[in-house]
Design a protein around this ligand. Sequence first.
Ligand SMILES: Cc1ncc(COP(=O)(O)O)c(C=O)c1O
Length: 384
Amino acid sequence: MDFDGWLFERLDAVKRDGLYRTLRKQETALKNKGEKIWASNDYLGLSKDERLITAAQTALNCFGAGSSGSRLTTGNTFWHETLEQTIADFKQTEAALLFSSGYLANIGVLASLPQKGDVILSDQLNHASIVDGCRLSKAETIVYRHIDMADLEEKLASVQSRNRRFIVTDGVFSMDGTIAPLDRIMALAKQYQAFVIADDAHATGVLGENGGGTSEYFGVCPDVVIGTLSKAVGTEGGFAAGSNIFIDFLLNHARTFIFQTALPPAICAAAHTAFDIISDMYDTRRELLSSVKTIKTRLADMGFTVRGGDTPIIAVIIGDAKTAVSVAALLEKKGICAPAIRPPSVPDGESRIRLTVTADRSLQDIDGLTEAFDSIRKELNINK
Ligand SMILES: Cc1ncc(COP(=O)(O)O)c(C=O)c1O
């Protein structure tokens, strides 16, 4: 069989399982006004904030469109260093290091930190970038049941003879909206002498009084905090935060930092402005979480299985992939963008509509969303 024929067969199998993916083009911010997007990770609406755009434009004029090299060669600027200090202050750590994405931050940390003879205990529902980082590590990875502290403790107890133990967890789980019990994880880590790595991609800007993330929410300090600038921060890029020596270690060992072109300075300037704004968005955070509660209650009353903690992510579990795709298509017809999430992003039989609530959603939008779910439920005979 020729090359394309072989790939055609592989894609055909994906299509038969209802798992075929295609790209969906978004219009510009202005043109998009008609459609309600209920799937964006831009929780605080900062990606289109004039203050961020102006900050990026000013830096663009000074530094140009690209950074021209890795941070260790020609790509390091005032804006990279300023943003790292801002992130460290925001996360209340000694230092921080930028990566080109949250994905690369997880890979960089997990592939360089745990060593052969160590063990990584990883939550079952951790993000793909954590899974891939664990795969690249020379340490053994043991998966514990999702936020199951009894299982984590049992597994920690069984690996006491290993050199070192690392617990790695999403702060807020991207596909379920659940919150990792970081206070209990830290207590177990202390008891069983383990280090904790928390990926706060979806919690940064949203959880905690100041938006500091799961560490602020629980009042704890994990050894390593990972994050992304691409969700509530409204820009692009990732970071790791922790002690000075940890950041120095990463700068010398993390391959996704060393061998990667630095982020454009204009993006760093915009992200720096975003952190300034985020700290003051107390009311926005409160209103956002109140909208989440309203939507969850209404959908649960209709008989939907709804998952998630006090976070902007709501998982509406549909079950099989094809029905989830039909629900998403009907939502789209009603002017609501909320794509179906299917395996391998979620386990088999747990395909879902992953809703996210953003700060610009009105009560009228919420009515429109829940009415759409109600009519689709009747049309497709779901929850009977
Ligand atoms: C929990 C988690 N970690 C990391 C990432 C990757 O972040 P980025 O999009 O900046 O690569 C994501 C993004 O989808 C995520 O949900």
